[in-house]
Design a protein around this ligand. Structure first.
Ligand SMILES: *[C@@H]1O[C@H](CO)[C@@H](O)[C@H](O)[C@H]1NC(C)=O
Ligand SMILES: *[C@@H]1O[C@H](CO)[C@@H](O)[C@H](O)[C@H]1NC(C)=O
Ligand SMILES: *[C@@H]1O[C@H](CO)[C@@H](O)[C@H](O)[C@H]1NC(C)=O
Ligand SMILES: *[C@@H]1O[C@H](CO)[C@@H](O)[C@H](O)[C@H]1NC(C)=O
Length: 564
């Protein structure tokens, strides 16, 4: 057998070379009008009498279809069977068959009769039918990891010739390897129409990652482009290989918290029920994966487990630690101490972890825990101790008040800068703040009270010599001290000096200074006489003058102190 290709119109036509004749093949489409050409249109010889189309019936007997007389416009249909209503002849002598079906796949012959010749041209007709779009049927509900499973069946219907089906995973063709992928195709013919349906069943061994895979089926057919089924995905089932127990609650877990334990298994579908091992006690939860411990205490610290109902070996363990912090402080609240007494501060703590302790006094940080062997006024204040571990903080405090009998530490006087007043300063310790009482009238300029130290200032203008007393009093007692203050006016009228009581001393000083000056002058004279007498080279004294103003000032200060 030899094959040749005959080009005919727009068709690519395969022709089979029979001994002695080239039988042309034309392809028609199912359900449409089939044109069967007569000698490629070259069928109008000179002296044409008629053109006749005929065929050979299935039983081998000749079947006439129609005759067209060259001189007549209309052809005469001679067919009596199904072709009677379906055949006609075109102007170029092509046989037109409407509603092509597979029964039309046969050889038709065109007979051209002229005055001089009789030619016959045979044409084989093939009728093609595009298949329906491929559909995946009988889909598996899920695939099992590593197990060959019937995934589905791809079906296309009513094709001629039969369509080819190709299974694809993620647009890559799947190839039957006889082991992990098995593809079985069957073709069935519709008895009525003779059209073919193709069915391809895929058995597939899935892997876990196939949960993402898209399976499609492609139908290939001579009539045109490939047709693709809708993509299908499948859940992949696989057994649990690992169980994981999680403590869902926020860390750290504190006493009173609710703690949720969650058990997860990596199988698909995930197990819905679990056994929890709550510090040795077995608890089964169904249709959930959590177990909640409400309001835990330190006693709930320990080892917790969860496992699969059907496989106790699939287990996960977690340690739960409940943090706690117990603190007690002595003393607390308001603490009253006498100045000089002793105060012991004790902090007791019991915690699940190393606790951090910080102390503050009146919001200022202290280096260490306060310790009072003898309480002083400056120790008074609010002491706050903060003890913390991760997640827990406790704050304790005491407020220390220090009381003491008032005690005058100094009583001094000095003249105001403008020399018109005397300023008295009385300093005392004591708590609560002592009240002051002076025995003279004056202006109470200022008082201050810091850390148990009170300073009272009184400005007076004494018109006569006074003994001024400063008396300080609080609820615990009294202290008094006296100082002599000399009259301002008397001094002012008698002496222009600044010293109030230094007149005698001033005289002495002046006397001493004058005496020194006289002595110096005498020494100078003797020396001059000596120089003159000896007539030797120049020699000068390096001594400084005595009785400078600085010295006088010092003397004055000393005088003041001496008054007390
Ligand atoms: C014959 O005529 C029909 C329409 O009348 C046309 O479609 C067809 O191509 C023609 N065939 C040939 C072989 O010329
Ligand atoms: C849990 O605590 C136990 C002791 O109670 C210890 O042996 C084990 O190592 C701990 N496990 C973890 C994961 O911390
Ligand atoms: C102080 O002044 C008041 C009146 O302002 C007077 O009664 C009292 O005697 C004065 N005391 C002294 C010590 O000068
Ligand atoms: C004040 O005291 C000074 C020194 O003691 C004395 O010289 C003076 O006379 C006294 N004045 C009066 C008014 O008593």
């Amino acid at each position: 057998m030899h094959s040749v290709i005959c080009l005919f119109g727009a068709f690519i036509v395969a022709a089979v070379f029979h001994p002695g004749s080239c039988v042309q093949t034309v392809i028609g489409l199912y359900g449409e009008t089939i044109e069967v050409p007569c000698n490629n249109g070259n069928n109008k010889p000179d002296g044409l009498i008629f053109t006749k189309w005929k065929y050979v019936k299935d039983d081998g007997s000749p079947g006439d279809l129609l005759v067209k007389q060259a001189l007549k416009d209309e052809a005469t249909v001679s067919a009596t069977d199904g072709y009677k209503s379906r055949v006609s002849i075109a102007a170029n002598s092509s046989l037109m068959i409407t509603q092509g079906s597979l029964a039309d796949q046969r050889v038709f012959t065109c007979m051209v009769v002229s005055l001089t010749n009789l030619d016959e041209y045979s044409v084989e007709v093939k009728v093609y039918k595009k298949p329906s779009a491929p559909v995946i049927k009988n889909k598996a509900k899920e695939l099992e990891n590593g197990k060959l499973t019937q995934l589905g069946e791809c079906v296309v219907e009513n094709a001629n010739p039969p369509a080819d089906l190709i299974w694809m995973k993620n647009n890559q063709p799947l190839v039957d390897d006889g082991k992990t992928i098995i593809i079985t195709s069957t073709i069935t013919k519709e008895p009525g129409t003779g059209l073919s349906s193709t069915s391809s069943s895929l058995q597939y061994t899935a892997r876990k990652e196939d949960v993402e895979s898209k399976f499609t089926c492609t139908a290939k057919h001579v009539t045109g482009p490939d047709q693709l089924s809708a993509p299908e995905t499948f859940p992949i089932h696989y057994p649990t290989e690992k169980v994981n127990l999680q403590v869902v609650s926020q860390s750290p877990i504190r006493e009173g918290d609710d703690v949720t334990l969650k058990c997860q298994a990596d199988g698909n579908p995930p197990p819905t029920s679990f056994n929890f091992n709550i510090k040795g006690k077995k608890v089964t939860v169904t249709d959930k994966d959590v177990y909640t411990l409400t309001s835990v205490t330190r006693a709930d610290s320990g080892v917790y487990k969860c496992s699969l109902l059907d496989n106790a070996a699939m287990e996960s363990t977690q340690n739960v630690t409940v943090s706690f912090l117990d603190v007690s402080l002595t003393p607390t609240g308001k603490v009253l101490k006498k100045h000089g007494e002793n105060l012991v501060v004790a902090l007791d703590k019991n915690a699940s972890a190393e606790a951090k302790v910080t102390w503050t006094k009146d919001n200022r940080k202290l280096d260490k825990q306060p310790d009072f062997s003898t309480v002083t006024y400056s120790d008074a204040g609010l002491y706050v101790c903060e003890v913390s571990i991760e997640g827990i903080k406790r704050s304790l405090s005491f407020e220390l008040t220090v009381e003491g009998h008032p005690k005058i530490t100094s009583l001094t006087k000095h003249r105001s800068s403008d020399s018109k007043h005397k300023v008295l300063m009385c300093e005392a310790e004591g708590s609560p703040k002592p009240e002051v009482q002076w025995n003279v009238n004056g202006t109470n300029d200022e008082t201050s009270y810091v850390n148990g130290k009170a300073t009272y200032k009184l400005t007076v203008v004494p018109s006569k010599n006074l003994t001024v007393s400063c008396q300080v009093t609080n609820k615990l007692g009294t202290d008094t001290r006296e100082i002599s203050v000399f009259s301002l006016f008397e001094e002012d009228t008698k002496k222009p000096e600044k010293n109030e009581d230094g007149a005698e001393q001033a005289k002495v000083i002046v006397g001493v200074v004058v005496g020194l000056l006289l002595a110096a002058a005498l020494v100078g004279l003797i020396y001059w006489l000596y120089i003159k007498k000896t007539r030797q080279g120049s020699w000068k004294t390096g001594e400084k003058e005595t009785g400078t103003s600085e010295e006088s000032k010092k003397l004055e200060e000393n005088n003041h102190k001496a008054d007390v």
